[in-house]
Structure formats: C-alpha cells, structure tokens
Design a protein around this ligand. Sequence first.
Ligand SMILES: Cc1cc2nc3c(=O)[nH]c(=O)nc-3n(C[C@H](O)[C@H](O)[C@H](O)COP(=O)(O)O)c2cc1C
Length: 171
Amino acid sequence: MPVDAIRKRRSVRKYQETPLSDEQIKEVLDVARYAPSWANQQGWEILIVKDKEQREKVARILEGNPAQRAVTQAPVLLVICADPGKSGKQLDKEYYMADASLLLDHIMLEAADMGLGTVYIGLFDEDKVREILGVPQPYRIVGMTPLGIPEKMPKERPRRELDEMLHWETW
Ligand SMILES: Cc1cc2nc3c(=O)[nH]c(=O)nc-3n(C[C@H](O)[C@H](O)[C@H](O)COP(=O)(O)O)c2cc1C
C-alpha cells in the first residue's frame, strides 16, 4: 500500500457531498493511529465534525483559503489537536507539531488508499476554530482536513528533482 498511496494522494479541494459511514471514518483513523510520536506519547486528539452547520461556521473563517469550500462540500471534517505538554520539548524544538502532522499524514495516506480525498489545512485562525468547536486548553489545533469522495482528482503537483535536495555526507 505505501508506494501506491503515496503516489496517488493529492490535495483534494472538490468533493461529492455523499456521506461516509462512521465505520469508514473509523477505518481510516484506526490505521492512522499507528503513526510514530514523541516517546510514543500519542499526544493527539481527533475531532470529527459531521454537522454541516458546524462545518459552515469553520468554512466562514477560512476566507481566502483555497480549501474553504471543501470544508462544507465533504461530509466530514477531521480536526487534529495536540497537547504540547505530552509531546517533548527539547533543545528548543516542540515536537507536538511533528506528532500531529505525522498523524495527519497517516490519515491522508490511508484515506488515499481507500479512494477518499483529504487536504491538509494548516492556515486558519486557531482561536476562532477553538471557539467554534470548543477545543479546550492546553490543546493546540495543528491542522484539519476534509474527508470525502473526491469530485475531481487534481493533477500531480510538481516536485523538486531528487538530486537537487540531496546532500551526501556533508552539506
Ligand atoms: C503544513 C501544511 C499546511 C497546508 N495548508 C494548506 C491550507 O491551509 N490550504 C490548502 O488549500 N492547502 C494547504 N496545504 C496543502 C498544500 O498546498 C499541498 O500539499 C501542496 O500544494 C502539494 O500538493 P499535493 O498535496 O496535491 O501534492 C498544506 C500542506 C501542508 C503540508
């Protein structure tokens, strides 16, 4: 699965409104929770928003974000939160961003494998999303993604050439 899913995953911004069953949603998340995390603390929480009014409220604060419409089109919005106190902070690096993003990446890959679409939404007013969805402190809202059947699969986005990013032994 990994190579296939990695190569076919796209950031999907157009969805069918067809609902997903709770079993389908849980199937994606059940696999994704095997993502690695700081000291295996798994300091993440996953908020599942199916209610359309709530998704519309979130979409309203995404004005200007290319994924805005996807949040109301797709039947599910997954919101990934993390407790910075559970992930490590070492040598000036906070690992909760990595933990939550690895979980989100696993979600995106498993969804792609199941023929479902996602798009990592990282740009939003965290305080406003916190208020709409009632996310308590100290959780940070790292990212979210719509989950649903793609209406249109985007073309593959360009990638830098491999050799351009490699530094063997020393920089
Ligand atoms: C940390 C992060 C934040 C992102 N935030 C947004 C976002 O707020 N809105 C959006 O439409 N896409 C967002 N994206 C998706 C990227 O634009 C997308 O992954 C990139 O253009 C490559 O396209 P692909 O995912 O289809 O390969 C984000 C991706 C990452 C990794």
